[in-house]
Write a protein that binds this ligand. Structure first.
Ligand code: IMP
Length: 430
């Protein structure tokens, strides 16, 4: 029995979908455990580009069952749309292949409206959310008044619950934010339609996963977002409202830690973030533009979910060490190595300086980065195109030195290096 966990080691968008897609070849189940359609996982198969927001990216493999765990918040409208899109591309999305936890929470139109209203109210201090209703849905969950996917099993008796939820949200929308309200009956009717479609998918996914692990099946837990966006361990308050870290995989799936075999931390060869919040290694001007790309390619640094240009900079090994520690990473997977080709020199942040002192660990967790200046080490760049490299020794010497330096400073082996968006553009190390 084995559970492998894929963790975003930065601020999300590390290319986890790419690594999941590779590992899903030998998996029986791929399970998502946190977040909702704020995530965007892109997988390229030949000419086909799959953009997934809610379904685990592993479902593209016919051998895999996809699980949406109890730690997720699910917008049923968006889930049905995503299922339809995949179906049109020939992917089987029947209930035998997709299982939704009865305890996952539902995102309603009120959550989306409240998310936007909250951001407007915050003005300059806004979080820069994806506007998908994530925060308000987790707020309701923690206030113990959320709507769980189990209501789809008996929607007739749950119609009142939906109406009450909308009526309550309307008060906040109208009285606090001065925003338009929603029609409770219309939303309840909409949810009855979603229930008819999704009811066959609702199940006890915790039990399903337990039994699968006992039967020696391979389960891959697919993280969404990144460790630095974790509600507890991220750059609070500039975080998401869930737990994308390893701990979140256990609570978000209802499985126990002893099944764990590998915890794979996925990091880009550089650093990006979307939304507001600290970013000590952020680059600006031409340097940032070079890392971002023009937007002409689907893999350039523009959000899969919102299309926003991502802030770009150099790899931050202080934060990566922190991620490795809080997640118990057993290895690293580096993505987008190809993007660094052609740079004269590549920088790695190895420490911070603050008030004349040098810090190799965060002075007080990731929320207190103001005044922390990145201390860089520079290595020689490489001009060779690495996109056709499949063996580590075929990488240019300078690229290998860059990777060796990361391994030495984090204390973990790099087991996978992606060198392009296509499935086969990956270097695997034993
Ligand atoms: P929310 O998750 O929509 O509430 O947004 C909170 C913060 O997390 C914002 O800075 C978002 O840009 C960021 N965020 C949420 N999901 C992702 C993701 O999948 N990738 C990168 N950033 C994300």
């Amino acid at each position: 029995m084995s559970l492998d966990i894929i963790i975003g080691a930065q601020w999300g968008d590390e290319g986890k979908g790419r690594i999941t897609d590779h590992l899903a070849k030998s998996a029986n189940i791929v399970a998502r455990y946190s977040g909702g359609d704020n995530a965007g996982h892109t997988v390229t198969v030949g000419r086909e580009i799959f953009k997934l927001h809610l379904l685990p990216s592993g479902v593209i493999h016919p051998n895999v069952v996809g699980v949406l765990g109890n730690g997720m918040v699910i917008n049923p409208k968006r889930l049905i749309e995503e299922m339809e899109t995949l179906k049109a591309k020939g992917v089987d999305v029947s209930p035998s292949r997709i299982k939704i936890s009865y305890a996952a929470h539902l995102i309603t139109p009120a959550h989306v409206a409240l998310d936007k209203a909250n951001e407007i109210a915050l003005g300059q201090g806004k979080i820069g959310t994806t506007g998908r209703g994530i925060g308000p849905a987790y707020t309701d969950k923690n206030a113990r008044r959320g709507l769980r996917a189990e209501i789809f099993a008996d929607m007739e008796s749950a119609a009142d619950q939906v109406e009450t939820h909308i009526a309550q949200a309307n008060m906040t929308l109208e009285k606090i934010h001065g925003q338009p309200t929603l029609n409770p009956k219309a939303v309840a009717a909409e949810f009855a339609e979603y229930a008819a479609r999704l009811k066959p998918y609702i199940t006890d996914t915790s039990l399903y996963l337990y039994q699968a692990l006992k039967e020696n099946k391979n389960v891959l837990a697919e993280g969404a977002q990144g460790s630095l966006l974790d509600i507890d361990h991220g750059t609070y308050p500039y975080v998401t409202s869930s737990s994308p870290t390893t701990g979140g995989a256990f609570t978000g799936l209802g499985i126990a830690p002893q099944f764990t075999r590998r915890v794979i931390g996925v990091t880009k060869a550089f650093q990006t973030r979307v939304g507001e919040g600290p970013f000590p290694t952020e680059a600006f001007g031409a340097e940032a533009e070079r890392l971002r790309g023009t937007g002409a390619n689907p893999w350039d640094e523009y959000g899969t979910t919102t299309g926003r240009p991502r802030r770009c900079g150099w790899i931050d090994l202080v934060l990566l060490r922190y991620s490795a520690r809080i997640n118990g990473l057993t290895e690293l997977a580096i993505t987008k190595m190809d993007v660094l080709s052609g740079l004269d020199r590549v920088r790695l942040c190895v420490a911070y300086s603050q008030d004349g002192k040098i810090y190799e660990e965060l002075p007080l967790g990731p929320s207190h980065l103001a005044g922390c200046e990145a201390v860089y080490e520079e290595v020689k760049g490489w001009s060779e195109d690495v996109s056709s490299v499949r063996k580590i020794n075929d990488l240019p010497q300078a690229a290998r030195e860059y990777l060796n330096r990361i391994e030495a400073l984090i204390g973990l082996p790099i087991k996978m290096i992606s060198v392009g968006p296509e499935r086969e553009q990956i270097v695997i190390r034993d």
